[in-house]
Design a protein around this ligand. Structure first.
Ligand code: ADP
Ligand code: MG
Length: 249
């Protein structure tokens, strides 16, 4: 990481969202710089996925606060507009169309992330995205036969096909065995090397240690700590948020 020199690509300013009396995201501010991998960790229910929802407008918007992507306010824009502006995401649960072929899944991602003439089906670009995601084999086979890691690769290819400048990944390593986790780390590193800025929500902390230049920990809807993975993961407040009061020595 080159430190503070890169411009800010995504900024959340005091973003909040309540569900009834629950403040799921409570005044979160953060900045993601162009070119970096930014990690987001925190206990279950901390508000991580909700924050991604608010950043992308899928399917909800903030109650208060602003989201600024690539210099433009996007928090009142449609999710589709945001995707076409270059901000794409994956989901915690593999959002794959089982009944469609591998290629047609990517085709859907292409149509969603593109506007006007550039929406037209571009088979070469779809194949390129599958190659970048390292999903080999027959592109016409149905998606429902894919292994877990290949479903993740397909979701990543569907997001990458419209060439986003920022990719948000929600727990990409969840459910993978250690060998597949290592493959995923290498894959995400290669995608980052192509120039894609990333925010990665992850419980598998080795993923963040390997890839993230900076990270934050969210707890009860608020940012607890931001810093390098080494700084953040040794912070007593973080240990306590994960393991409960008194756990930090
Ligand atoms: P994380 O991804 O950090 O595990 P989430 O963002 O999924 O946490 O959830 C944060 C909190 O908001 C949880 O208590 C969850 O139950 C609640 N929540 C999330 N989405 C909704 C929703 N659509 N309606 C009501 N409560 C929700
Ligand atoms: Mg989540």
């Amino acid at each position: 990481m080159s430190g503070g020199a890169a411009p800010v690509l995504l900024a959340a300013e005091e973003v909040s969202k309540s569900f009834g009396s629950l403040k799921a995201v409570d005044g979160v501010s953060l900045e993601v710089r162009r070119g970096e991998v930014f990690g987001l960790a925190g206990p279950n229910g901390a508000g991580k996925s909700t924050l991604f929802n608010l950043l992308t407008g899928i399917p909800i918007r903030p109650d208060t606060g602003k989201v600024i992507f690539d210099g433009r306010e996007v928090h009142q824009r449609s999710s589709r507009w945001i995707a076409q502006a270059g901000l794409k995401r994956t989901f915690q649960t593999e959002a794959v169309f089982d009944s469609l072929s591998v290629l047609d899944n990517v085709r859907v991602g292409h149509a969603y992330g593109r506007s006007g003439r550039s929406r037209r089906f571009d088979q070469a670009r779809c194949r390129q995205a599958l190659e970048l995601a390292e999903l080999g084999g027959d592109v016409n086979r149905p998606a429902d036969g894919l292994s877990l890691i290949d479903r993740k690769r397909l979701m990543i290819a569907s997001a990458l096909v419209s060439e986003p400048s920022l990719l948000l990944l929600d727990e990409p390593a969840a459910g993978l065995d250690p060998g597949d986790q290592d493959d995923l780390i290498r894959l995400l590193g290669r995608i980052h090397d192509t120039g894609v800025t990333m925010v990665i929500i992850e419980h598998v902390l080795s993923v963040l240690e390997a890839l993230a230049g900076r990270m934050a920990v969210l707890d009860s809807g608020r940012i607890l700590v931001t810093g390098s993975p080494a700084q953040v993961l040794s912070d007593p407040r973080v240990v306590e948020a994960y393991l409960g009061p008194g756990a930090a020595r």
